[in-house]
Design a protein around this ligand. Structure first.
Ligand code: IPD
Ligand code: CA
Ligand code: CA
Length: 296
């Protein structure tokens, strides 16, 4: 692996399988650490008000000490296992994405669903994707409270596994119409963005089976992959929210529309991931209201 162009020309299924295994192992280790640290830091409700939490892009956008610890563990583990790869982590503890010597860049959300994590709502995850030329080729999402490991490699399908439960292949649902679709969405951390998102949710609610707001986009995408949801639609996600989950959903048969890895939340671009028939109908509704492109 010399340069990103050379690498992408020669990358093989074997390389992707190797990267997938590393993503699974490292995300599983981070999830174990997060479980232990949650009990230590957030066991009492007072943990939420302590100096273990600070705000990021708005007062309601938190980062906890455990988000930073998780990212550090992931970054250091990857550096040990894959020296020379680039790293793009949400908490920016040591990003080197522009300086990959191998063509591989790891895109990492150390805790997706931080608000759930703080409050003890059991829906938060570690998300790790390996990208080559901005395209995810392998990824893993570990559901921390349940211990489920979702993963995929490009062209190799998607699976979910858990110790003691074995491994099974993931397939999207066979839901055929938007009217019968269970659709998840999410909301950004800024009030202006939420006004536009609420308007969109108001348009969708009467035309779908129901809406869900689980609070961890990486998990939403894995649930689409597993057929437990029929679609996910959200504007303004960051690449670390969807990099691994979008490949997992795609490999499970979903149609996928995602922004480039260079796009950031403030640009308000759309992530639309759904089982095929629902995808087309949902895209039609979004087009009608001008929401296939970015929102404010
Ligand atoms: C958030 C979650 C949430 C989504 C937000 C994301 P974080 O990530 O994925 O479901 O609606 O847009 O920012 O902040 O918990 O890593
Ligand atoms: Ca996230
Ligand atoms: Ca996060």
């Amino acid at each position: 692996m010399q340069s990103s162009t050379k690498k992408s020309a020669s990358a093989s299924a074997q390389d992707y399988a190797l990267l997938r295994g590393i993503a699974c192992d490292v995300a599983t280790s981070a999830a174990e650490m997060i479980r232990v640290r949650r009990a230590e830091v957030f066991a009492s409700p007072g943990g939420r008000d302590s100096d273990s939490v600070r705000s990021k892009t708005s007062e309601t956008d938190p980062v906890t000490i455990v988000d930073v610890e998780s990212e550090t563990l992931v970054r250091e583990s990857l550096a040990r296992l894959r020296p020379g790869d680039g790293f793009l982590g949400e908490e920016a503890t040591g990003n080197t994405e522009g300086a990959s010597e191998t063509g591989v860049v790891w895109v990492v959300d150390p805790i997706d669903g931080t608000v759930n994590f703080m409050y003890g709502v059991p829906a938060y995850a570690v998300s790790i994707a390996a990208q080559i030329d901005g395209k995810t080729v392998a990824g893993a999402v570990v559901d921390v409270p349940q211990g489920w490991v979702y993963s995929a490699a490009l062209g190799a399908g998607a699976t979910v596994s858990r110790e003691g439960f074995g491994t099974r292949a993931l397939h999207v649902s066979e839901t055929e119409s938007l009217g019968m679709a269970l659709v998840s969405t999410g909301f950004g951390y800024k009030a202006e963005r939420r006004i536009a998102q609420a308007r969109l949710a108001g348009t969708l609610l009467p035309v779908v089976r129901d809406l869900r707001r689980i609070g961890a986009a990486a998990l939403d995408l894995c649930l689409v992959a597993a057929g437990s949801l029929d679609a996910h639609v959200e504007h303004g996600l960051n690449p670390w929210d969807f990099a691994a989950g979008s490949l997992i959903a795609q490999e499970a048969g979903a149609l996928v529309r995602i922004p480039p890895t260079s796009a950031r939340s403030h640009e308000g671009e759309l992530v639309l991931i759904a089982t095929p028939k629902v995808y087309h109908e949902l895209a039609g509704v979004l087009e009608e209201i001008g929401a296939l492109g970015p929102i404010e």
